[in-house]
Write a protein that binds this ligand. Structure first.
Ligand code: GDP
Ligand code: CA
Length: 328
């Protein structure tokens, strides 16, 4: 079985870790324990140049989470991290004090940048870095081209997504998101094939706007997702009318989508109409949206979807894959 996941950072990485646990171990209900190849197509719209190094937040979160090196409580970055370099930079009055660059994390960025500057494309650089972390998946950047999400604020300012998200905590009202570089970008090597050749495609509980939405904006991705023979199943990142972590509500509001499990589903849309999904998993607390969505033709189930630990997340992954059996 070939499974392809379209992922952002923390939400997608945690889901994928649970999926791998499910594939490795059989769950009490008998699911799991199958051999499968997992390919993760990662959002790189959050990437930025900082202090002369290329930072790829979502790729790094995936690599550290799946490579058992992540700072678990934080959800991103390395465990046992220190900040000597960034503190020392600050002593020169340099650097961006709102963006944390840990010392160990900085080694990743330096390694990546050295390889990039020698002319190796991001996809090959990612494969090279993954040799160390052995994430258990094929990790593909959505594109080898630099595509950066910028935010246009209500005041008309344009700033990098990470500056809006991390520095301003998404509190500046956003008017729209712009993917700078999208016009000339193409999908990375293997990305479209991973969708065409998959047995199932999963949209994990990642940010629908700036994580999955950015991947879908890469030329070709949406079209291939709409036409692949693989079923496309998704998990709501919105639980009980709010994102579980982070400020995805600010992103949804900016594009005029309500922060509810059903509004996110309708935003993605069904493939039999003009959307990208076949089935949707919502949290038990949102069970009330199941019937209305079913009435409108959706394959939808409710289940616990809080990724509190790896076994709980493996169970979520099992319920997600089981959605396929619900399809006509
Ligand atoms: P980011 O790039 O680090 O922001 O990570 P993603 O885009 O992959 O995922 C962010 C989304 O994950 C947020 O909108 C959260 O609501 C969602 N999320 C985080 N933890 C959970 C969880 O335990 N359950 C569910 N259903 N969603 C979650
Ligand atoms: Ca991200």
């Amino acid at each position: 079985m070939r499974i392809t996941v379209l992922s952002g950072g923390v939400g997608g990485a945690r889901f994928t870790r649970g999926l791998l646990a499910l594939l490795r171990d059989r769950l009490p209900d008998g699911s799991g324990g199958t051999t499968a190849q997992v390919t993760v197509v990662a959002n790189t719209g959050d990437d930025l140049w900082l202090h002369g190094v290329r930072v790829c937040p979502d790729l790094d979160t995936l690599m550290y989470t799946l490579g058992d090196a992540v700072h678990e409580q934080q959800g991103w970055g390395r465990r046992d991290e220190s900040r000597r370099v960034s503190d020392d930079l600050a002593a020169y009055g340099l650097g961006w004090d709102w963006f944390t660059l840990g010392d160990l994390d900085l080694a990743t960025h330096l390694a990546r940048t050295e390889l990039l500057l020698s002319g190796i494309p991001l996809s090959a650089v990612t494969a090279r870095l993954a040799e160390r972390w052995r994430p258990g998946v094929t990790l593909l950047p959505m594109s080898d081209d630099e595509v950066e999400t910028h935010v246009e604020t209500a005041d008309g300012d344009l700033l990098h997504f990470e500056e809006w998200w991390v520095r301003h905590r998404a509190a500046l009202p956003a008017r729209r998101f712009v993917q700078v570089g999208l016009d000339t970008a193409t999908a990375g090597p293997g990305v479209l094939d991973a969708l065409t050749d998959a047995d199932v495609v999963v949209l994990p509980p990642s940010n629908p706007v700036v994580s999955v939405g950015t991947i879908l904006a890469i030329p070709g991705v949406r079209d291939v997702l709409r036409t692949t023979a693989a079923p496309v199943v998704g998990v709501s990142p919105v639980v009980g009318g709010a994102p579980v972590r982070g400020m995805a509500d600010a992103c949804l509001t900016a594009i005029g989508v309500a922060t509810t499990a059903d509004a996110v589903a309708r935003h993605y849309g069904r493939r039999v109409e003009s959307g990208v999904l076949d089935a949707w998993l919502v949290d038990d607390v949102d069970a009330a949206v199941v019937e209305p969505l079913r009435t409108d033709g959706w394959a939808v189930e409710a289940a616990p979807t809080l990724m509190t630990d790896v076994p709980a997340t493996a169970a979520i992954a099992a319920r997600t894959l089981a959605l396929v059996d619900r399809l006509p």
